[in-house]
Write a protein that binds this ligand. Structure first.
Ligand code: ARG
Length: 467
């Protein structure tokens, strides 16, 4: 019997254990302990498979399974003695199990931490994608409710941050819903990519033992729509691959970019210059110096967090770039960025929901902003088109009319017909009807347009989608 090893799980060939500094440097249990529930079910499935192929007796399997359940309960209760010296979540759980259950010494048969951690993380990604997508759905519902509470409100839509054309506030909110819906679909894709079991890849080259990878995969829910097990197809790729990490971080980064744009709209709208909305006190803060200030902090932080989410993606891309196959310890650094992206993205989704739920809309300011007849200059060009003027000529003519109005200091629709006719003979006595806002919106009937019929359709669609 060799003397007691310097490190319980891998110390056989070592004369001394790592120094305290090295332990502190190389431990990951401070952040990967959150994988414990996934590590435990992964080990239980692995043990079940070992029993099935005759590498564990039924008794050993039962003891391991029950021991892992007990450790899971201890962890849930906050009573598990996590030890930095045991490096990571895998070795903490394995050595605790070995103390309870002698048969646990057989649990790591035909398994390496390399395929183990890859499996834990794939299980985690499937869970994380579902949780985040659900939070996003919750935020979408809050946005939908806000749109619904202000169904009739019109605002200017902007391009170049200049007033462009009138739209229903709801139509603007629906644009946000589309962005967030793509985020949810993207997360579903990431979860689908995570859905293959790496167990059985071993450290790099599988195992000589007669394991049943498909059995383990099925137990862990790595199955396709027809319930067929899905396993990774190359043992080297399976332990080196971090694509799902990057895809998840990318999905979060893009979600963050969307949040940032939504937040920026709200920040602008809540400024005195726009005055379209007032943000809820509960999501704003004051100034320590200027007593009158109410700052849109939740929105500014949503905007700021997006930088962090992008940074996490960059960290992961840099981590794998140029890394030789297969596993390298560098890869331990893959977890903090994805955990952070998940934590921050879920928090952001909740904060967005909270912020819009308390939103007050200043209908007077919205109505005033949308009242400028110049916002319907394009409709005026369309009017000329219906009178057989080529659009380029119509555009030019309306431009000249806008210039006239500016020079005369008059709203566009107050110019005398005679003046307008001098610009283009196709203008008729009915030319000012174009400036009826209601009529202008009602004419926008095509799918995706901001007309009232389409907006009603979108309300119905979103209510169904977000049920
Ligand atoms: N804590 C390690 C990680 O996250 C687990 C895999 C360790 N593998 C190894 N060969 N040291 O990467």
């Amino acid at each position: 019997m060799p003397k007691k090893p310097a490190q319980a799980t891998w110390g056989g060939r070592f004369a001394a254990g790592p120094t305290a500094l090295m332990q502190r440097f190389s431990e990951s249990v401070s952040f990967d302990r959150r994988l414990a529930p996934f590590d435990i079910v992964g080990s239980q499935a692995h043990a079940a498979m070992l029993a099935r192929v005759g590498l564990l007796t039924a008794r050993e399997h039962a003891a391991i399974h029950a021991g892992l359940d007990a450790i899971g309960a201890q962890i849930d209760a906050g009573k598990f003695p996590w030890e930095l010296s045991l490096e990571d979540v895998h070795m903490n759980i394995e050595s605790a199990l070995t103390r309870r259950v002698p048969a646990a010494a057989k649990l790591h048969t035909a398994r390496s931490r390399n395929d183990q951690v890859a499996t834990d993380m794939r299980l985690w990604f499937k869970h994380a994608c579902a949780v985040l997508a659900d939070k996003i759905r919750h935020a979408q519902r809050a946005l939908l409710a806000t749109a619904e509470a202000h169904r009739e409100v019109l605002i200017p839509g902007y391009t170049h941050l200049q007033r462009a054309q009138p739209v229903f506030l709801a139509h603007h909110v629906f644009a946000w819903l589309e962005m967030l819906d793509r985020d949810r679909r993207r997360l579903a894709e990431v979860a689908a990519h995570a859905n293959a079991c790496p167990l059985g890849s071993g450290a790099i080259a599988g195992t000589t033992l007669p394991i049943d990878r498909e059995f383990t995969a099925r137990l862990l829910g790595f199955v396709d729509a027809n319930g067929r097990p899905q396993v990774t197809q190359n043992s080297m790729d399976a332990v080196a691959d971090r694509d799902v990490f990057i895809e998840f971080a990318a999905a979060c980064a893009l979600f963050g970019a969307h949040l940032s744009r939504i937040a920026e709209d709200l920040i602008l709208w809540s400024s005195a210059e726009f005055g379209f909305v007032e943000l809820p006190d509960a999501f704003c803060t004051g100034s320590s110096l200027m007593p009158q200030k109410k700052n849109p902090d939740s929105c500014e932080l949503l905007r700021g967090k997006s930088a962090r989410l992008q940074g996490n993606l960059q960290t992961l891309l840099t981590l794998v770039k140029g890394l030789p196959l297969t596993y390298n310890r560098d890869l331990q650094e893959d977890k903090p960025p994805v955990f952070d992206s998940f934590d921050q993205a879920t928090l952001c989704a909740d904060v967005l929901a909270g912020t819009v739920t308390g939103l007050k809309v200043n209908t007077g300011r919205c109505a005033a902003a949308v009242a400028d007849p110049a916002l319907l200059a394009t409709d005026l060009a369309d009017y000329l088109v219906t009178r057989a003027v080529a659009f380029r000529d119509a555009h030019h003519a309306v431009g000249a009319v806008v210039k006239l109005a500016e020079k005369a200091g008059l709203p566009l629709n107050q110019l005398p017909l005679a003046e307008v006719k001098k610009v283009h003979p196709a203008f008729g006595a009915d030319w000012t009807q174009v400036f009826n806002l209601k009529r202008a919106l009602a004419r926008r009937t095509g799918t995706g347009m901001p007309g009232p019929k389409q907006v009603a359709r979108q309300f119905a669609r979103w209510k169904k989608l977000l049920r």
